[in-house]
Design a protein around this ligand. Structure first.
Ligand SMILES: [Fe+2]
Length: 354
């Protein structure tokens, strides 16, 4: 058999499919097929690719989307300040899809705007004050804490430097409270699906100084430097932004496409046998998907191969860059759908590869 690097020199008119374990970290094989693996004609049953239009949800508040024992996903929208809160079930990673404002924490003030992640450690008090109507895609880790990916041979400052993680500004918090004559005396605790409100005699934000390596922080997508190869399409795992022991969070960002003529430019057809995959589309044109708009979310459960839409496949030969901003979660445990999400589903998505 001819030696061949995966994702390159695919015989003209044929299709490559990757079948792999442990996300993109385990054993894999690459199959050359005459036809793409996404040529199903009918799917009867619940295991199928799904698309949800989260932009259809206009109300304020929390809407639970998908969940399992390790991670739960929400959409959170607010126009005015909510109550200060502590998420007792685990670390919370907020991704700001729309709006701007401030987050007050005991460690200081963080500004937020579109395209920023905010990591608030488990049980840490935070109080969100929007300056404009705000919409967050929220990832709650229920078993282990978020950490940065290992950079390995890329060097410690690859992907994003630790300098790009913005620490809360304590002085700015003190000035903000003074300027707005604000005293925060109520804290809502969210725990095991219930809420408990603690009321205090005076303002809970009374920290004078702090030190240590555990603190809330923000990271802008603009400060993430995507990793790429000009010769071969790299797996999504190179775009890992944060991870826990049970799932990874990746950021898909604008980048140049591979240059070599013999290289596949769209994501390869693949069967990621151990992981369910969720993608939240923030903005831009998602180059491997047709008819996907900002504010939409896809769920591709483990169990069948998936890959680019036919139009995206054809269009890729003319493109030189991607212009996409999206957040992906690859989860070891299968996702369950909440009742609330069913009204946002676009039921014919599974037909979109035809
Ligand atoms: Fe995938």
């Amino acid at each position: 058999m001819k030696k061949r690097q995966p994702h390159r020199d695919i015989p003209l008119g044929n299709f490559e499919e990757e079948q792999g374990q442990q996300g993109f970290y385990g054993r894999v094989s690459h199959l050359i097929k005459e036809k793409p693996s996404t040529r199903w004609t009918h799917i009867e049953g619940n295991l199928k690719p799904r698309l949800f239009n989260l932009a259809k949800f206009k109300k304020e508040g929390w809407i639970p989307l998908l969940y399992n024992d390790n991670v739960s996903l929400f959409l959170y929208q607010l126009e005015k300040a909510d109550t200060a809160c502590r998420m007792v079930d685990g670390d919370v990673l907020y991704f700001c899809h729309k709006g701007s404002g401030v987050i007050l924490t005991e460690y200081g003030l963080l500004n937020y705007s579109e395209g920023h992640y905010f990591m608030i450690p488990k049980c840490f008090t935070h109080f969100m004050i929007p300056h404009s109507k705000s919409s967050f895609f929220v990832i709650k880790s229920l078993k282990s804490h978020f950490r940065e990916p290992d950079r390995g041979m890329l060097g410690r400052h690859a992907l994003y430097s630790s300098n790009s993680l913005i620490k809360p500004d304590l002085k700015a918090l003190q000035n903000y409270l003074k300027k707005h004559k604000l005293e925060v005396k109520k804290v809502m605790h969210y725990h095991q699906g219930e809420s408990t409100c603690f009321t205090y005699k005076d303002c809970i934000f009374d920290v004078l100084e702090w030190q240590g390596d555990l603190f809330p922080f923000s990271l802008s997508m603009e400060d993430i430097m995507p990793i790429m190869s000009h010769r071969v399409h790299l797996p999504p795992s190179v775009h890992t932004t944060f991870l826990t022991q049970e799932f990874i969070v990746c950021s898909f960002l604008p980048r140049p496409l591979e240059e070599d003529k013999s290289t596949l430019k769209v994501p390869f057809y693949h069967q990621n046998t151990d992981y369910d995959e969720v993608i939240f589309y923030h903005k831009g044109d998602f180059f491997s998907r047709d008819n996907i708009d900002k504010g939409m979310m896809t769920l591709h459960p483990a169990g069948f191969p998936h890959g680019p839409h036919p139009k995206a496949f054809q269009a890729s030969s003319h493109k030189t860059h991607t212009n996409e901003y999206a957040v992906m979660i690859d989860s070891q445990s299968p996702f369950k759908r909440t009742k609330e999400i069913s009204s946002l589903e676009i039921p014919d998505y599974w037909k979109s590869w035809k």
